[in-house]
Design a protein around this ligand. Structure first.
Ligand code: DQA
Length: 147
């Protein structure tokens, strides 16, 4: 069965309480439930994780090699700072969809640069929590087309 890792980076554990004007009121647990519902509908499995620790995120990406078929990654602020995350994605050679709740290009200039985009299959941003099921759908469609 197709298996997708949904990986969330720093501060995303605070969703629902954190800047609701920017990120909405949906919690990370709500988003996990949305992902599981979408995965069930598509007959794929989802492993849903969050860490505030850059090294832990690197370890999870490394462990994904050979155990999942693709990664949906909301790297939070590490998107804009972490060459290490970019290198991890290049190293594991798995398709990665970069995801953000907010439209990072419509926000502060420091959020316009993403170290992830250049090694990602594609980018979904600006659709809030709804972006997560969109990304699962896009990954499933990509994997199916790639055979
Ligand atoms: C975010 C956007 C990032 O710029 C920010 O640092 C986050 C969340 C998003 O989902 O919109 O933590 O990745």
């Amino acid at each position: 069965m197709t298996s997708i890792l949904v990986l969330n980076g720093p501060n995303l554990n605070l969703l629902g309480q954190r800047q609701p004007d920017v990120y909405g009121t949906t919690t990370l647990a709500d988003i996990e439930a949305m992902c599981r519902e979408k995965a069930d509908a598509l007959n794929v499995t989802v492993d849903f994780r969050q860490s505030n620790d850059e090294g832990a995120l690197l370890d999870m990406i490394h462990a994904a090699r050979g155990s999942v078929d693709g990664i949906v990654l909301n790297a939070g602020a590490y998107t804009h700072t972490s060459i290490a995350l970019r290198d991890a994605i290049s190293s594991v050679e798995l398709p990665v969809i970069e995801l953000h709740l907010s439209n990072i290009h419509a926000r502060e200039a420091f959020r316009h640069r993403s170290y992830i985009s250049g090694v990602a299959l594609g980018l979904i941003c600006g659709f809030g929590a709804a972006g997560y099921p969109m990304a699962i759908q896009a990954m499933r469609d990509h994997l199916e087309a790639a055979g």
